[in-house]
Design a protein around this ligand. Structure first.
Ligand code: HXC
Length: 291
C-alpha cells in the first residue's frame, strides 16, 4: 500500500511496543524504514521482540524498560532517547491495561491500576516528548490507541473507558494548543483486533469472533488494516490532519453502540470464574516483569 522507505528518517517511540497491537505497529513502521523504539515493563519481552523483528526485517529496533506510571522514569527514558539517538519524530501511546469487571466490585486500587497506566501514563509520555519538541523547534506526530468506547462509553470496563475518553480529549486539546509548533495529535479507535493481552482480560473463555454476527462487515479486524492507518497518520503528507480520533472497526460501534453490554447476563459465579482467569494472566505477566 505504501512506497518502500516511506518512513525513512523517522524515529518513533511505541509504548507497549513489545506485544499486541504495539508490536504490530512497530513491525509496520520498521518495514517502511523507521528507527523504532519500543518501551515496556518486561525487558526480556522487549529484547525478544526486537530480535525477532530485526532478524525478519533488518533495520533498527531499540528497547527501553519503563513503567509509564512513573513520571520520572518516563522523563529519563525520553531524555535517554534524545541523548543517544536524537529527537523523536513520532510517538504512539499504545501501552494500556484493562480487564472486565462489574464496576461495583472494583476497589480504588483496581480503578487506579488502569487509570494510572492509561490516563496518567499516556499523559506523562506525551508531555515528556512534546515539551522537548517545542523547546527544540521540532515537528512531531502523536498517535494514541483508544477505543470506540470514547464515543459510546462501555459497561464493565469503566476505568478504561473513562481513561481513554480523557486521552480523546487530550488529542483534541493539544492539537489546538500545539498546532502552531507543527505538532499533530491523532488517535485510532480499533474495534476487535485480537491480541493475547486483550483476549485473556476482555474475552476470557470467549472469542473475539463472537462479535462477527453483529458487525456490519461480519468479521474482526486484520492487522494490516490497523498498521496502514497508523502509517498514514505518521507519514509526511497529511500534516493538516490533527485532533481526530479515527475508528477502524467495520462500523461496529455505529451499528451496535457500547461493547460488553452482553455481559449483563453473567451470574456472580460466572464473574468469579472470569476474575480467576484474568488473575492467571496477570500473574503470568507479573512474573515476566520481575525476571
Ligand atoms: C477486579 C481486579 C481484577 C479483576 C485486578 N484487579 N484484576 N479487580 N477484577 N479482574 C485489581 C486488584 O484486585 C488490585 O486491587 C488492583 O486491580 C491491582 O491489581 P494488580 O494485579 O496488582 O495490578 P498490576 O500488577 O499493576 O496490573 C495491572 C493490570 C494488568 C492492569 C491489572 O492487567 C496489566 O498490567 N495489564 C497490562 C496489559 C493489558 O491489560 N492488556 C490488555 C489491554 S486491552 P486491590 O484493591 O485488590 O489491591 C485494552 C483495550 C482493548 O486496553 C479494547 C478491545 C476492544
Amino acid at each position: 500500500m505504501f512506497k518502500d522507505g516511506l518512513l525513512k528518517g523517522k524515529r518513533i517511540l511505541i509504548t507497549g511496543g513489545g506485544t499486541g497491537l504495539g508490536k504490530e505497529i512497530a513491525t509496520g513502521y520498521l518495514q517502511l524504514g523507521a528507527e523504532v523504539w519500543i518501551a515496556g515493563r518486561r525487558g526480556a519481552v522487549l529484547d525478544s521482540c526486537a530480535k525477532e523483528l530485526t532478524d525478519k526485517h533488518g533495520g533498527t529496533v531499540r528497547t527501553h524498560v519503563v513503567d509509564i506510571r512513573d513520571a520520572q522514569a518516563v522523563d529519563a527514558m525520553v531524555q535517554h532517547i534524545w541523548d543517544r539517538a536524537g529527537p523523536l519524530t513520532g510517538l504512539v501511546n499504545n501501552a494500556a491495561g484493562n480487564f472486565i469487571s462489574p464496576t461495583k466490585d472494583l476497589t480504588p486500587n483496581g480503578f487506579n491500576a488502569i487509570a494510572n497506566i492509561v490516563f496518567h501514563g499516556s499523559f506523562y509520555v506525551t508531555h515528556a516528548v512534546g515539551k522537548r519538541w517545542i523547546a527544540g523547534g521540532h515537528k512531531g506526530s502523536v498517535i494514541s490507541i483508544l477505543v470506540t468506547w470514547v464515543h459510546t462509553g462501555s459497561p464493565y470496563v469503566v476505568p478504561s473507558a473513562m481513561s481513554k475518553a480523557g486521552l480523546h480529549v487530550m488529542t483534541k486539546s493539544l492539537a489546538v494548543e500545539w498546532g502552531r509548533y507543527g505538532i499533530r495529535l491523532n488517535a485510532i479507535a480499533p474495534g476487535p483486533f485480537p491480541t493475547e493481552g486483550a483476549s485473556k482480560r476482555l474475552r476470557p473463555g470467549g472469542s473475539f469472533e463472537d462479535s462477527n454476527d453483529t458487525n456490519p462487515m461480519r468479521r474482526i479486524g486484520q492487522m494490516p488494516e490497523l498498521q496502514n492507518l497508523a502509517t498514514f497518520l505518521m507519514a509526511d503528507g497529511c500534516e493538516w490532519l490533527t485532533g481526530e480520533t479515527i475508528a477502524v472497526d467495520g462500523a461496529g460501534y455505529l451499528a451496535n453502540g457500547a461493547g460488553f453490554t452482553g455481559l449483563d447476563k453473567l451470574s456472580d459465579a460466572d464473574w468469579e470464574k472470569t476474575r480467576a482467569m484474568i488473575k492467571t494472566q496477570n500473574d503470568k505477566d507479573r512474573a515476566g516483569r520481575s525476571a
